[in-house]
Design a binder for this molecule. Sequence first.
Ligand code: FAD
Ligand code: PYC
Length: 414
Amino acid sequence: MKRYSAFAVAREALRDHTGWGRAWHKAQPKKRYDVIIVGAGGHGLATAYYLGKNFGITNVAILEKGWLGGGNTGRNTTIIRSNYLQDPSAAIYEKARGLYETLSQDLNYNVMFSPRGVMMLAQTEHEVRGYQRTAHANSLQGVETEFISPKQVKELCPIMNIDGPRYPVLGALWQPRGGTARHDAVAWGYARKCSEMGMDILQKCEVTGVRTEGGKVQGVETTLGPIDCDKLGLVVAGHSSVLAEQAGFRLPIESLALQALVSEPIKPCMDVVVMANTVHGYMSQSDKGEMVIGGGTDGFNNYTQRGSFHHIEETVRALIETFPMLSRLKMLRQWGGIVDMTGDRSPIISSTPVGGIFINCGWGTGGFKAIPGSGWAMAELMAKGHSPLAEDFGLNRFVEGRFIDESVAAGVAH
Ligand code: FAD
Ligand code: PYC
C-alpha cells in the first residue's frame, strides 16, 4: 500500500486524486485461518494488528456483522486518560496512552491524537479525598497526574463557573498528557495496516454460531458460511454474552446503552477535556467546534444503539451550573452505543473454558482510551498463552473474588 505523506497529498492534488488506492482490500472468506477475530471495533482490529506486528501471525480474519468501527468505537466521546487507581489498570491504560502518543506514525495514519489535558472535577469533599488518593497512587505507578486547585482549574478552563451554589469546584485531578483522538481514524488506521499485512477484514459477516469439538474450537458459522480456525478471539463489546453463549459459556457482563450528544459548532472556547462525575456530565470541544457531551448509562439492560430523551435533559441540566454558556446552545444530534459492564468496572482479557477461544470485553464506558494497550495484551495472550498486562484481568477473578474495583475511575454513572 502507498505511504500517506505530505508528498503523496501534493502529488494527488496535481492529478485530481485519481491515484489513491482502497484503504483496505475487499476480501472473500477463506476456508480456514490461523486466527479469527470477531468484531472489527478498535479492540478487535488492534488485536489483529499486534498479532501481525509483534508475533508475525498474519493468516487472520476479522469478522464484522455491520461496518468496521460502527460499534462503540465510532460512537464514543474519545476521551483518553490513564488516571486509574489500581496498579493493573494504571499499567494497561498507561501503556495504551503511551502507544497513542506515536500511533499516527506507527500506523502511517493520522489518528489526530490531541493530548490537550483531561481534568476530573472534584465537587464534593469526598471527591477531593478520592482524587488526591488517585494522584498519589498515580505518582507511584509512573502515571503523570496532579491534584490542582480551583484557581488552576479556572485558568485552564476560563468558561467554567467554579463558584456554583450547589457544586462549587474544589479542585481537580489533572492529567496533562490525556486528551482525545479521532475515533473513526483509530479503527481505519488499524484496519489499513491489517489489510496491508495480508489479513482479511470481512464486513457484513455476522457470526451466528461457534463450532467446538472435544472442548476445543473448530471454527465459526457466519452469514457468509462456515469458516475454520485454530484460535478464536471474541471482541464484540456489548454482544459478548451473546457470543459466549454460542460458544457454551457464561460471562459476568451486563449490556447497557450509553449515549452522547453534540451541540451546534461554535468558536473555540475550551481546549481541555472536563469530566464532572458528581453532577454527571463530561465535555470537550471537537475540531469542528461542536461541544461533545456525555452522561450516564440507561438504568436498565438493553441492546438499543440509541439514546433516551430524558438523558439529554439530565446531562445538560447537570452541566449548566458549571458551564452556564451551555444554556444558550442548541443541541444538534445524539446517539447511543451498547456498553459491556462488569461488576468491578474492569475489563476481561482472558482465555475461556473452551480451548482456543479468548475473550476481550468488559471495557464498559471507558474502552476507547485502552484500544492500543488492550490489542497489545490480547495479541500477546493469543500468541503466547499469557500476557503480563492481561494477567489480572482473567475471568478467574470473578471466581476467586480478586476484583479490580474501578467504579470511581470509570467516571460514568452506572
Ligand atoms: P465495538 O467498537 O463496539 O466493536 C465490537 C464490534 O463487534 C461491533 O462493530 C459489532 O458490530 C461487532 N459484533 C457484535 N456481534 C457480532 C457478531 N455476532 N459477528 C460479528 N461482529 C459482531 N471510552 C473511552 O475511553 N472514552 C470515552 O470518552 C468514551 N465515551 C463513550 C461514549 C459513548 C456514548 C459510548 C457508547 C462509549 C464510550 N466509551 C468511551 C467506551 C468505548 O467506546 C468502548 O469501550 C470501546 O469503543 C469498545 O470497543 P470495542 O472494539 O470493544 O467494541
Ligand atoms: O472513560 O474517560 C472515560 C469516559 C468519558 C466518557 C465516557 N467514558
